[in-house]
Write a new protein. Structure first.
Lengths: 166, 164
């Protein structure tokens, strides 16, 4: 253990405690975290088996979770090679309440991927936008191809360690 | 080491560490013994160029992680203050890979740690915990760090990269 300089701000206890829900479907109590989670972190597997995590926009169609990426991005290549993924959905304002969705990518398609990306961008930015043109320059349509990825949950864990109000 | 953020701001390693120091919650992506990806939320403390996380000794993370393993870390950084309550402002994030050192139960006592890190340790006498030390490697990939709030919603401007 190296000599440590004090951290600037106290950190509270680990989030390993609290209300846990486990199952194969998305629990109703955590549904809000799946529809348009403020932050969703997708972990995929690199060719050497190490994890790669990136923040994604996501939503759900029933119990199938959908994320969008661009063809050729690292997570796109990772999911095509190994469909095992995990998605952590949470709200930074209540970070100790989160949902982990472990699953498999069951489909990666360019069909309707652009419309899905526009819908995600509109939901996340709070107004109707087109991803290409309003979020990033329209010229990127020439070089970037959206890919809609559907993830079938296999195991879902919800944790709520938010301190209860007195 | 610094890079020019595409949005016009300056992204430096020091700026990233300052943001990491102010935050306290991270997404920890790792791989279990079967080679499957796992992710969880953790509360961390920062000291001396490392992030420290306390996990239950009988929990998944303590079971899955070993010294020398590589993990993927993503830290959300709140920006916008009160404005973020009124308008949808995308969260800023810092993502990086880190190498793990596992400090086994009994090897770390609260009195060995700075007060702020010691608070991560459980006070329950019957609770056994493991201290994970995460040392960032490679580069910090950032979103929305060192750019204006307006540029947060423009991915091509909000993305940045700086060596750890």
């Amino acid at each position: 253990m190296p000599a440590c300089a004090p951290a600037r701000r106290p950190a509270s206890r680990s989030g390993d405690r609290g209300l846990r829900r486990a199952g194969t479907t998305i629990p109703a109590a955590f549904r809000d975290l799946v529809d348009h989670p403020p932050v969703a972190a997708l972990t995929t597997l690199m060719p050497d088996g190490s994890p790669q995590t990136s923040v994604v926009w996501s939503d759900a169609d029933g119990d199938v979770v959908r994320v969008n990426t661009m063809r050729g991005f690292q997570k796109d290549r990772n999911m095509r090679r190994d469909p095992r993924v995990t998605l952590l959905c949470f709200d930074p304002r209540r970070a100790l309440r989160y949902l982990e969705i472990r699953g498999r990518v069951i489909e990666m398609t360019t069909d309707d991927a652009g419309a899905h990306l526009d819908a995600l961008a509109s939901a996340y930015l709070g107004r109707a936008v087109r991803y290409f043109g309003d979020v990033i320059p329209a010229r990127f349509t020439a070089t970037e191809t959206p890919v809609l990825c559907r993830i079938q949950p296999i195991r879902v864990f919800g944790l709520d360690a938010t301190p209860s109000t007195p | 080491m610094e890079t020019q953020a595409k949005g016009g701001g300056t992204l430096t390693r020091e700026r990233v560490w300052k943001a990491l120091d102010k935050a306290s919650f991270a997404v920890l992506g790792h791989v279990n013994g079967a080679g499957e990806p796992r992710s969880s939320g953790v509360v961390y403390g920062v000291a001396d160029g490392s992030l420290y996380v306390v996990v239950a000794a009988d929990g998944w993370k303590a079971h899955d992680l070993h010294t020398g393993d590589q993990v993927a870390v993503t830290v959300p950084v709140r920006r916008g203050g009160l404005l973020s309550l009124l308008f949808p402002i995308p969260p800023a994030t810092i993502s990086f890979h880190a190498t793990v050192t596992v400090h086994e139960p009994g090897t770390v006592r609260a009195e060995m740690l700075p007060e702020d890190l010691a608070r991560l340790l459980p006070t329950n006498p019957g609770t056994s915990s493991v201290l994970l030390e995460l040392v960032p490697v490679g580069a910090f990939l950032t979103y929305g760090i060192g750019v204006s709030l307006l540029d947060l919603a423009r991915p091509e401007l909000a993305r940045g990269r700086v060596a750890c």
